[in-house]
Design a protein around this ligand. Structure first.
Ligand SMILES: Cc1cc2nc3c(=O)[nH]c(=O)nc-3n(C[C@H](O)[C@H](O)[C@H](O)COP(=O)(O)OP(=O)(O)OC[C@H]3O[C@@H](n4cnc5c(N)ncnc54)[C@H](O)[C@@H]3O)c2cc1C
Length: 308
């Protein structure tokens, strides 16, 4: 069967389940840095629908990719030849877990989770409030800020294996390290996670979230589309990536519409009309120049999806 016939069949099957599918959806709409060509099929779905959707993709032999808010992601200009599933869960799907925790479906945003915690007087998610991603993306990346990481608050992660099995993993089994987890290579999909917090004063928690948000606004180029830090922190003993890039005189360097932010050299911003190829080329130039001048090889933090 031709690929387009398979897509038609899949669309019909999903329609019967009330799941809407978009064809040739520009992925630049679903990545915060706003680059990327079309996905053949694009589905926005709740985390609980993921096992069924993956089963369909597997039955028809279709490549698939699961994303959250696309805040650490750049899709290639050629797009993605397959099915992109974007997880979206409402804040009402957050479930309290006694005594001081929550069950968070993968498509809930960190901001929704942090806002719920402050309402309930639970502390521990303040660091995550300003990270513009979902729980799924944050577990995948072991996202972190201000000295805390997802691994510090997780007690369990529920995953869907490539064989369609649902597993419950302990944090140790997730093999978390700096901006890395086993999910970066395992092909497992995150369905949700349990977090443990601690009781706190709602006013103090809110003030801390506002203080950290203010710090982000002052230091980060939030007025431009970006995917956050373009590079990971270099190995211990080296200055942060932003300091190295700045020291090498690369602030403001442009390729097409992509630019090393003048405000924060760790960010690459889209000044308008940037392509994924611009972003890749700029990152390559920064890596080469930083290595030439300092000997440090920077590793990309942004994840790339689709053929170059
Ligand atoms: C302005 C700005 C500030 C940022 N600040 C920070 C920061 O302080 N700290 C930090 O760590 N990051 C930061 N980031 C990066 C980003 O927000 C985080 O990495 C975030 O956790 C990504 O979540 P997401 O839902 O957007 O994931 P996406 O970008 O959608 O996906 C990231 C990766 O995870 C995979 N993935 C997503 N969901 C799932 C799932 N359910 N199952 C399996 N795989 C999945 C995707 O396939 C992709 O490979 C920032 C980004 C921006 C734009």
């Amino acid at each position: 069967m031709e690929r387009h016939q398979v897509y038609e069949q899949l669309k019909n099957r999903l329609k019967q389940q009330g799941i809407s599918v978009r064809c040739l959806e520009p992925m630049s709409r679903h990545c915060t840095i706003q680059v990327g060509g079309p996905a053949d099929l694009f589905i926005a779905a709740a985390s609980c629908q993921l096992p069924f959707l993956i089963q369909c993709c597997r039955e028809w032999g279709l490549p698939y990719a699961v994303i959250g808010r696309g805040s650490n992601l750049a899709v290639s200009d050629q797009g993605f030849s397959g099915v992109v599933i974007r997880l979206l869960d409402g804040k009402e799907s957050i479930r309290p877990l006694a005594p001081d925790g929550y069950w968070l479906p993968a498509g809930v945003t960190l901001a929704q989770a942090a806002n719920r915690a402050v309402q309930d007087g639970l502390s521990g998610l303040e660091f995550a409030h300003g990270i513009p991603g979902t729980v799924g993306g944050a577990v995948f990346m072991n996202a972190g800020a201000y000295g805390s990481e997802m691994k510090d608050i997780l007690t369990q992660v529920q995953v869907l294996t490539p064989d369609g099995e649902v597993l419950h993993l302990s944090p140790v089994e997730c093999a978390f390290s700096y901006r890395h987890s086993r999910f970066c290579t395992s092909g497992e999909l995150i369905l949700g996670a349990a977090v443990r917090l601690r009781p706190g004063d709602p006013t103090a928690i809110r003030e801390e979230m506002q203080r950290l948000w203010q710090q982000r606004r002052e230091k980060q180029p939030l007025e431009y589309p970006s995917a956050g830090s373009a590079f990971k922190r270099p190995p211990e003993g080296n200055p942060p990536a932003a300091a190295l890039i700045d020291r090498c005189g690369l602030k403001g360097l442009c390729v097409g519409g992509a630019q090393v932010s003048e405000k924060h050299a760790g960010f690459i911003i889209n000044r308008g009309g940037a392509t994924a190829a611009d972003l890749r080329e700029l990152m390559a130039q920064v890596r080469t120049e930083v290595q030439r001048q300092t000997g440090v090889l920077l590793e990309a933090e942004i994840r790339f999806l689709g053929e170059e």
